[in-house]
Design a protein around this ligand. Structure first.
Ligand code: NI
Length: 393
């Protein structure tokens, strides 16, 4: 059984391999955008290019007077040297589609091919090919360009190596975590390494701070609510016999729940300030808020589930085992309009140990047809929902 016509399935595999071979970094997706718009033009679908950098937006007509269903794919690659050994491996040194965005782009183009054949869509469908997801800036920039104007519902998804190919993973609740960064600059007093009593040692203050920050998750947050505080950088000092007068810590905070997210950020600030005060140091703390948590509301997860069942059958629709503590900027769209985010099983035997963002990441190309079929189904199911809403106004 094939989910989509065989010829299209082959075409999508070829397309994915081209995209994979010529990956482009966030904000530089020129060639990718050209491939996308050429494919859409071949289907007779008009598109806008250069949206928020190298984004592409295409509208497929449907019932007049009904808000559109938005389907979103991300298009950018990562600064990673590919080591997959695939025959279509990246030809761009140090750049790789290591998160499967080549697959996401391809499945949405597959959906475009399927939807362009449909006569009476219950609602118009808007396709977003979003750049710069890896930087976490693409979605916000697209929204500022007005891509959600006239939109009623939005859907997206990600490949997932934890599930077998042919499956779609749908759950209500948290799917991805929020991501915020913080920088703490510690200002102490430098001195000779042999005269600690004349110093306020920024390395000691910073070390105590790092250890104390670890107690936020272990002692302050409800253990049933996943959260992370990680310090990824600690810079200080110039010589073995010089006590550092300054140090800088940089870290990241992740949470699946907006209240926990706020709690973590408040605690980071309180602990950093208190430890500094305890030792007579001063601090300057900057919090850079990033993407919000990505949460599927029950009703919307229900719609996504119906589309998944339509596409692959009940037995191939699975619940999410655990939410990902990584961030996904699709959450910015969900802050504005309702929608849901799913996962497409894409496990490659022998490569389960290579996660997204690893130099050996790969996915099973069967997921391309699954994604295309799912997006076609959700466009219709969500479209009918919007049509009903329009009729009841
Ligand atoms: Ni990704």
């Amino acid at each position: 059984m094939s989910l989509i016509p065989e010829a299209l399935r082959h075409r999508l595999i070829q397309l994915r391999r081209v995209l994979h071979q010529y990956p482009e970094l966030s904000g530089q997706e020129t060639n990718t955008a050209a491939v996308i718009s050429k494919f859409l033009q071949g289907l007779g679908i008009e598109c806008r290019t250069n949206v928020a950098g190298h984004g592409v937006v295409a509208d497929i007509p449907g019932k007049a007077g009904v808000r559109c269903v938005v389907l979103r794919a991300d298009t950018d690659a990562l600064p990673i040297q590919e080591e997959t050994g695939l025959e279509f491996a990246s030809v761009h040194d140090g750049i790789m589609h290591a998160c499967g965005h080549d697959g996401h782009t391809t499945m949405l183009l597959g959906a475009a091919a399927l939807l362009s054949q449909e006569k009476d869509l219950p609602a118009p469908v808007r396709l977003l090919f979003q750049p710069a997801e890896e930087k976490g800036t693409g979605a916000i920039s697209m929204i500022k360009e007005g891509v959600l104007e006239g939109a009623g519902l939005i859907f997206g998804g990600h490949l997932d190596r934890h599930y077998r190919p042919g499956t779609i993973v749908v759950s209500e609740g948290a799917v991805n975590a929020s991501s915020d960064n913080f920088t703490v600059e510690i200002i102490g007093q430098g001195a000779h390494g042999a005269r600690p009593h004349e110093s306020i040692d920024a390395v000691v203050v910073g070390s105590l701070m790092i250890m104390a920050l670890q107690t936020i998750v272990s002692r302050e947050v409800d253990p049933a609510r996943p959260s992370v505080v990680s310090v990824g950088q600690f810079h200080a000092g110039t010589a073995p016999n010089v006590i550092a007068g300054q140090a800088t810590l940089e870290g990241t905070v992740r949470a699946q729940d907006p209240t926990v997210r706020q709690q973590l950020l408040n605690s980071v600030r309180r602990i950093a300030e208190s430890i500094a005060q305890l030792h007579g140091a001063k601090i300057h703390i900057v919090v850079t808020e990033g993407t919000p948590p990505l949460v599927n509301l029950p009703e919307l997860a229900g719609l996504a589930r119906r589309a998944a069942v339509d596409a692959v059958g009940e037995g191939n629709v699975l619940p999410l085992k655990t939410a990902n503590m990584g961030a996904e900027d699709f959450s910015y769209y969900l802050e504005r309009i309702p929608g849901a985010y799913v996962r497409f099983g894409s496990q490659v035997p022998g490569r389960e140990g290579f996660p997204a963002h690893s130099s050996k990441f790969d996915f099973d190309e069967e997921a391309l047809a699954v994604g295309a079929a799912y997006y076609q189904a959700i466009a219709k199911i969500a479209g009918r929902q919007l049509q009903k809403q329009a009729a009841s106004i």
